[in-house]
Design a protein around this ligand. Structure first.
Ligand SMILES: [Zn+2]
Length: 228
């Protein structure tokens, strides 16, 4: 059985090669050829880009990451939902033994070294060989430096977009349909799992400003910033 990490590394290699080819031949080479007379099927899912990935609300982004891991034939289990909207990923082989743990974070700011150190610490403590981190953002220089030479796979926004774009057409379509189904931009309450509601602050420092509030207010007081 090909391990997740091997399969993802292979995939990353392929997407890097494809990106290189794009540079050489131009991204729209195929489309131009199609305009030139050759008929191409139009059912292909749209190519993903950074703005699209970043437009996904945090929960949808996490679901998409999980689905990607599932497509890669991993037994990816969501183990818990953290208060900050981060989830823990545990990937087990068919016997149930966890061989990779990770996190995925829908953040605007870069992921610093402390989170990567933390993950590495858990790997060591739990005797898990591989670590994987996914984010809609990037990694700080320190974080990338720390991961060098370790069994840590750090996937940033660009890399994930490439990985998705390099899936076979059927898998890409499956992920694309899932990502775009229903309302994929309104955030989900981290506590209740329901969609949030846009509200205007009546008082306080942010008076007049918009924020996301839980639909279950006043029972639930969770709020989130509106992405700029
Ligand atoms: Zn709530």
């Amino acid at each position: 059985m090909m391990s997740l990490v091997n399969s993802i590394l292979k995939n990353i290699g392929a997407s890097r090669a494809a990106r290189h080819q794009e540079k050489e031949h131009g991204r729209y080479g195929d489309n131009l050829a199609a305009v030139g007379g050759e008929k191409k099927p139009t059912v292909a899912p749209a190519r993903w880009d950074k703005p699209f990935l970043r437009s996904l609300e945090w929960k949808r982004y996490e679901d998409v990451c999980m689905e990607y891991l599932r497509i890669k034939n991993c037994h990816a289990n969501v183990t818990c939902i953290g208060a900050d909207g981060g989830i823990d990923i545990k990937i087990a082989d068919p016997t149930g033994k966890v061989f990779a743990i990770g996190q995925c974070k829908s953040w605007n700011r870069p992921i610093g070294v402390s989170l990567i150190r933390e993950l590495y610490g858990i790997m060591a403590a739990d005797n898990v060989r591989h670590g994987i981190f996914l984010t809609t953002s990037e990694y700080s220089k320190d974080a990338l430096e720390f991961a060098k030479g370790k069994n840590l796979l750090l996937i940033d926004c660009d890399e994930f977009v490439s990985l998705v774009n390099n899936l076979d057409e059927i898998s890409h379509k499956r992920l694309d349909d899932m990502a775009r189904a229903g309302d994929y931009q309104v955030p989900t309450c981290v506590k209740c799992g329901t969609k949030m509601v846009k509200r205007t602050a009546k008082s306080g420092k942010n008076a007049g400003g918009e924020f996301w509030g839980c639909a279950n207010y006043p029972k639930c007081k969770i709020t989130m910033h509106v992405k700029q």
